[in-house]
Write a protein that binds this ligand. Structure first.
Ligand SMILES: Nc1ncnc2c1ncn2[C@@H]1O[C@H](COP(=O)(O)OP(=O)(O)OP(=O)(O)O)[C@@H](O)[C@H]1O
Ligand SMILES: [Mg+2]
Length: 309
């Protein structure tokens, strides 16, 4: 990988760039036992910079159910990431808007998720303080439920040991590792999350929509609103998220950013349309019905407006 500081001790907040960060999971010398592979690894999502993944196993991670001590978790282990200096990356570097290491710390899926969860944690801590406030108004408005599937921190796994284990026990061997990575001895990087039930991905649509609003308000643009990224009505996946400050906010025009933001709501509606059909959409809808809105002159719904142009 190019000139970024990879940290092997697993004690620091990551990533080491501007913006929110995530701390390590406290293992306290407890053993980790990987029990089963939860993710199917079909290439279903757009890559970070446009285009879609094309080969089997092209996802950026594997998610396992694991025991740490006496508790069960989901651990998402990320593949190695290599900066593709084409398209938006090339443009941003040429315009001198940012540098390579910032791009990597913002866009490597592991770091992207660390940053999103770092921001979500800040928000939850703030809500916790509101709940403990003496002022009833602040207490009343504070949020008591999680905004996304809880993440308890990152961990590093020694590559040689664990790649053998994952290959032998789960048939997983594609880590996108290159010679360059070998030399640098970069570990496998994982995030420890609450283990969720996979029987009901979508739940409480109104709350899901409010969560999407809140995430955008706190500048976590998840950018991947699809059924496969929800469990028990909460988002599980932030690996292509843009969390401010992020180099893409410097590169894109306001109009492009508006479209990107709006896309969350379009995808939300499409997701429910696919799963529950038209009846549901009539009840909880994220995007404004354009024809109807056009009749209501002067009426606006900040954040979720579809462009009439
Ligand atoms: N916390 C969790 N509890 C239970 N299962 C989980 C959890 N997190 C992820 N999974 C399972 O793993 C799958 C992939 O998770 P995730 O979306 O985070 O990884 P990904 O590499 O981005 O995958 P994809 O490319 O399919 O979006 C989920 O669809 C879900 O089935
Ligand atoms: Mg996903």
């Amino acid at each position: 990988m190019p000139s970024v500081s990879h940290l092997y001790s697993g004690r620091r907040l990551l990533p080491p760039c501007d913006g929110p960060k995530l701390g390590p999971f406290k293992l306290n010398n407890q053993p980790i036992t990987f029990e089963k592979l939860l993710s199917d690894n079909y290439p279903t999502k757009p890559s970070s910079f446009g285009g879609t993944s094309s080969s089997l196993g092209a996802g950026c991670s594997y998610v396992f159910q694991a025991n740490i001590g006496d508790s069960k978790y989901a651990i998402k282990i990320f593949k190695f990431y290599h900066l593709d200096k084409s398209g938006d990356v090339e443009k941003a570097l040429k315009k001198d808007l940012t540098n390579e290491s910032t791009i990597i710390y913002n866009s490597d899926p592991f770091y992207a998720e660390c940053r999103a969860y770092g921001k979500i944690r800040q928000y939850q801590e703030h809500q916790g303080r509101e709940l403990r406030s003496r002022k009833w108004k602040r207490r009343r408005n504070a949020r008591t439920t999680p905004l996304a599937v809880p993440c308890y921190g990152y961990l590093f796994l020694q590559f040689d040991d664990y790649s053998d284990l994952f290959r032998d026990d789960f048939g997983v061997s594609a880590w996108d590792r290159t010679e360059e990575d070998d030399i640098a001895q970069i570990p496998l990087r994982g995030l420890v999350k609450q283990l969720m039930n996979d029987e009901e991905p979508l739940r409480n649509p109104r709350q899901m929509l409010r969560d999407l609003d809140t995430l955008l308000e706190i500048d976590v643009w998840q950018r991947d609103v699809f059924v496969r990224n929800y469990l028990e009505g909460l988002l599980i996946d932030f690996d292509i998220a843009w969390t401010k400050p992020h180099w893409m906010f410097l590169l894109l025009s306001q109009e492009q950013l508006n479209e990107e933001r709006q896309e969350h709501y379009v995808d939300y509606d499409n997701m429910f349309l696919e799963v529950y059909g038209r009846d549901h959409i009539a009840k909880v809808r994220a995007t404004v019905n354009v024809g109807y809105r056009a009749k209501l002159r002067g009426w606006s719904w900040p954040g979720r407006l579809l462009s009439l142009a």
